[in-house]
Design a protein around this ligand. Structure first.
Ligand code: ADP
Ligand code: MG
Length: 629
């Protein structure tokens, strides 16, 4: 061993040409990162071949098999060998890389796929007598064989990365890989509205589940595109989006961007296209964020599908093998165009975004309420005989009153007399840490008198927190939480990806446990039969969209593998929906019940977003305010 190493150190290095197989393996590392990148290359090839229809089948998240079938122009038999060779392309002569309008041009996708997995390319060019197939395995090309195929091209890639086990290890769960494939197809489908796309998940014995089905859209380009956006993003987006159409210095930006009130918890639903090519460009994403800067809090993300058209020679797409990033000759102008166009549109929809502006201001407030909290939690725990974090769950359960169907738990004070007898025993509610309710002002705030001063409670924020804690307690105790059946089941358009995801057994069951009962309705829609009673009346569509976002967010996928581990975030989102809106008049008993429940609930001092649920002012402070001391 040692001898070998010293031998290598002292030998004169020899430079040699790598053989094709080795060169392809190296290139494959860059081009084919995961099954979704293979799908991207193959679907792009189909589109470059003028396909009107592209069908994708996958098995095990594309790891075991992926197949892309198209009805494009096909490849003549005598060129199949070239098609799988590296740096062989029909799309450019390599002369002017700034004038390329096809998706592909580097001529390395098929060669890379042949090095990364077992590749079969079958094709029949228009007018050819028969179809032929070429096979490549581990970079070795097998002789052509005839196959049955009427027209177009079928590419099958099996056992991706079988030869590079190191790569295999980096792949995520089948679900995550499937999601990435869906994302690729959605983006390309949004770029090519007049092409039909399907994605099916093979399930053995010939059965398959349709994950995406986007029939071609007719009409002029803009109508077709709007139709496709509805298919991909769901009808709700279309209703909550502002049309964008702006021009500057010969560049044009069109598409749709959401109202500030229609936002997501991650940037997944931001789709950007440059000259018809889906891109994930950091500069473009940051321009989008900047455009919404003062109407959206930093943890929310607008939904958008924006299409930028610029002269070919003002943008370089050949920055990276996957061509996801682009480089603009005048990035500043592009940024200005995006920000200007969206701000203009936002101004036109000012009244619609006003509520969110208010929420943003609120977010700037400091969580003063959190300070005195600790003291009274300890007090209430001590009273109940609990201590330590382990006793938490038990405490939650003991203190979480059952919700009356159709109402909020504390609407009816008698619930509390059952659950928390000490409330009744106390003769002076003022003796409670949060005091006795005196009045509600602006139908938004509760004023309560305490022994040392008064507290001002934000009823909406407080209720949100309480609902969250109750959902959590119930969910982790594996209770089935009360559901409120809807008089008329509500049909919610989600888009196929999100609906398929929510309807997965494990997820649908977890939601049912929370009282949210959903069923498939077909065509990317979900039928909602019941909503969690704890939430009262809710907007089912918004609720489902938020849950899907939270569950599907890639950040969550990365940090936690199990559904249960992602549920906290989901519960927090859900509780925002059920909260008593500001502007709801409350009776004195209701207010007191709310205060008592806050006292009994850990962490009730701030809402789920970290804003205070109440602030206190004690007499000395009030006296100082009036200059009495
Ligand atoms: P590129 O797309 O960059 O040219 P590829 O390796 O992806 O490189 O494909 C090589 C060539 O094979 C393409 O230029 C094209 O001529 C041909 N080809 C690949 N896929 C298809 C297809 N689905 N239909 C027709 N021709 C195809
Ligand atoms: Mg290609």
């Amino acid at each position: 061993m040692d001898q070998n190493i010293s031998h290598i150190e002292h030998a004169t290095p020899v430079i040699r040409m790598l053989d094709d197989a080795a060169a392809n393996r190296i290139a494959a590392g860059e081009v084919i990162e995961r099954p979704a990148s293979a799908v991207k290359e193959l679907v792009e090839n189909a589109l470059d071949a003028g396909a009107r229809r592209v069908d994708v089948d996958i098995l095990d998240g594309g790891k075991t098999l992926l197949r892309v079938r198209d009805d494009g122009c096909g490849i003549p038999a005598d060129q199949l060998g070239l098609a799988v060779a590296r740096h062989a392309t029909s799309k450019t002569d390599g002369h002017d890389l700034m004038q390329i309008t096809s998706f592909g041009f580097r001529g390395e996708a098929l060669a890379s796929l042949g090095a990364a997995g077992r590749l079969r390319l079958s094709s029949r060019a228009a007018g050819a007598d028969e179809a032929m197939m070429i096979r490549v395995e581990g970079g070795q090309i097998a002789p052509l064989t005839p196959v049955a195929l009427k027209s177009g091209t079928v590419v099958e890639l099996s056992d991706l990365f079988y030869a590079t086990p190191a790569r295999l290890k980096f792949l995520r769960t089948d679900r995550a890989e499937t999601q990435a494939i869906m994302d690729v197809i959605k983006r390309l489908a949004m770029a090519e509205p007049d092409v039909s796309f399907t994605l099916r998940q093979m399930q053995g014995e010939g059965a398959a589940r349709v994950l995406l089905d986007y029939p071609a859209q007719a009409g002029d380009f803009f109508d077709a595109r709007l139709g496709r956006l509805r298919q991909v993003m769901g009808g709700e987006f279309a209703q909550n989006a502002m049309p964008i159409d702006a021009e500057r210095d010969g560049m044009r930006l069109t598409g749709f961007a959401s109202l500030p009130t229609y936002s997501r918890g991650n940037a997944q639903a931001q789709y950007l296209f440059v000259n018809g090519r889906p891109v994930r460009d950091r500069m473009l994403l940051s321009a989008l964020r900047a455009a919404y800067g003062d109407v959206m809090s930093r943890d929310r993300f607008p939904v958008a599908a924006l299409y930028l058209a610029v002269d070919l020679d003002r943008v370089d797409i050949n920055v990276h093998p996957a061509k996801a990033e682009v480089r603009f000759r005048d990035a500043g102008i592009v940024r200005g165009l995006i920000i200007g166009a969206i701000k203009q549109a936002l101004l036109g929809h000012g009244h619609q975004s006003a509520t969110t502006i208010g929420a943003g201001l609120l977010g700037a407030a400091q969580a003063q309420g959190a300070v005195p909290q600790a003291a009274f939690y300890q007090a209430s725990y001590a009273r109940a005989g609990h201590g330590g974090a382990g006793a938490r769950a038990a405490a939650y359960q003991a203190q979480a009153p059952q919700a009356a169907p159709g109402g909020f738990g504390f609407d009816l004070p008698q619930h509390h007399s059952k659950e928390a007898p000490e409330v009744q025993r106390e003769a002076h509610p003022q003796a409670h840490p949060l005091g006795a309710a005196v009045a509600q002002i602006h139908e938004t705030y509760i004023i309560a008198q305490t022994a040392e001063g008064f507290v001002l409670v934000d009823q909406h924020a407080a209720h949100e927190r309480l609902v969250y804690e109750r959902l959590k307690a119930g969910f982790y105790a594996r209770e089935v939480l009360p559901a409120q059946a809807l008089l008329l089941p509500e049909i919610v358009e989600m888009g196929q990806e999100a609906s398929a995801f929510l309807l997965e057994e494990e997820i649908a069951q977890a939601l049912a446990q929370l009282g949210l009962q959903i069923e498939p309705f077909g065509g990317g829609a979900i039928c909602v039969r019941a909503t969690p009673a704890l939430l009262g009346e809710v907007n089912a569509a918004r609720l489902l969209a938020d849950i899907a976002d939270e569950l599907m967010s890639p950040e969550n996928e990365a940090t936690s593998e199990t559904l249960r581990a992602r549920m906290d975030a989901v519960l927090s989102r859900m509780s925002c929906h059920g909260s008593i809106r500001s502007g709801r008049r409350m009776r004195l008993e209701e207010m007191n019940a709310l205060l008592r429940e806050m006292e009994a609930t850990p962490l009730s001092g701030q809402c789920n977003h970290g804003r205070p649920t109440y602030i206190t002012l004690d007499l000395p402070a009030i006296e100082r305010l009036f200059g009495r001391v």
